[in-house]
Design a protein around this ligand. Structure first.
Ligand SMILES: [Zn+2]
Length: 287
């Protein structure tokens, strides 16, 4: 396998993985576009971060007979945007999990992951959710929904957890396989960000011997999530807002006044502002 750089390796790994994805089209012979062309065309749009990229490439292809889509991604024929969308809808995102694992192994093998190790023994993984579909009109059976209590209007959306390896001194991040927040048929209770994060913790294959420190916002600093993180032998740094963690902050106020021996208070000037950090172990997150 020729591997001149990490990009070539990425495309080769991607292409190898596509051969394991089932082509659900009924007619298997004389297909105009291969699954490989369809998936790599979609990937190229995201790689260039430009939705017009394929029409631009088709145009170059017509005029010059060869385009970046062919030379960079190995695409033989560029399908139409609609055809790509229709075909991708039938492919489960988990079909691409293996590619993330292969790339992470590669980043470890060539020493890039080393730079992301935190305090030698840890890796910081930030969990966060984001919407990628939002509509009051278009919905499907897997949509999450929110009903406006005043107007009764229903808002449909799809969201996903996007775990990333981060490091405070590095501006780049390493994205890991996402976990989709999706309602299954027949379930009354909606799926949520925390449940999806728990599934992600179960499915992540750590290719290193580093322990994970899971980072998350206020949504995560609840007992079930913390228990899950600790069950997996990871550590965590979660935001806990005073409005949602009243009991925790009552204890913090108390220890500030008591000035107990095992409490550490550090004042630092950060960006011209005085910041006070209070460290204290074994506080209760809730009653
Ligand atoms: Zn939907």
């Amino acid at each position: 396998m020729r591997q001149t750089n990490i990009f070539d390796f990425l495309i080769e790994s991607f292409t190898d993985n596509i051969s394991n994805i089932e082509d659900t089209r009924k007619q298997r012979t004389n297909l105009v576009y291969s699954l490989k062309d369809i998936i790599l065309s979609a990937f190229s749009v995201f790689y260039f971060q430009n939705k017009s990229c394929l029409s631009f490439q088709r145009d170059i292809d017509t005029r010059k007979g060869i385009s970046n889509a062919q030379t960079m991604f190995g695409i033989s024929d560029i399908p139409s945007d609609n055809h790509i969308r229709n075909m991708l809808d039938k492919i489960t995102p988990n079909s691409f999990k293996k590619v993330y694992e292969i790339i992470l192994d590669k980043l470890r093998d060539i020493g890039i992951l080393d730079k992301f190790y935190f305090k030698d023994d840890y890796m910081l993984v930030a969990l966060d959710g984001t919407h990628y579909h939002s509509s009051k009109n278009i919905s499907c059976k897997c949509c999450q929904s929110k009903t406006n209590s005043d107007t009764g209007e229903v808002h449909y959306y799809h969201s996903v957890i996007t775990p990333t390896i981060v490091h405070p001194d590095i501006k780049k991040v390493i994205p890991l396989m996402q976990e989709f927040i999706s309602n299954n048929d027949g379930k009354d209770k909606q799926d949520c960000e925390v449940n999806a994060s728990k599934r992600w913790l179960d499915s992540f294959n750590n290719p290193t011997n580093k322990k994970l420190i899971i980072l998350g916002d206020d949504l995560y600093s609840r007992e079930p999530m913390i228990k899950k993180v600790l069950d997996k032998s990871h550590s965590y740094i979660f935001v806990a807002k005073p409005t949602s963690h009243k009991y925790l902050y009552e204890q913090i106020e108390m220890i500030k006044n008591l000035n107990t021996i095992d409490t550490k208070i550090i004042s630092k000037m950060i960006n011209g502002k005085k910041q006070i950090f209070t460290y204290k172990s074994h506080l209760q997150i809730s009653k």
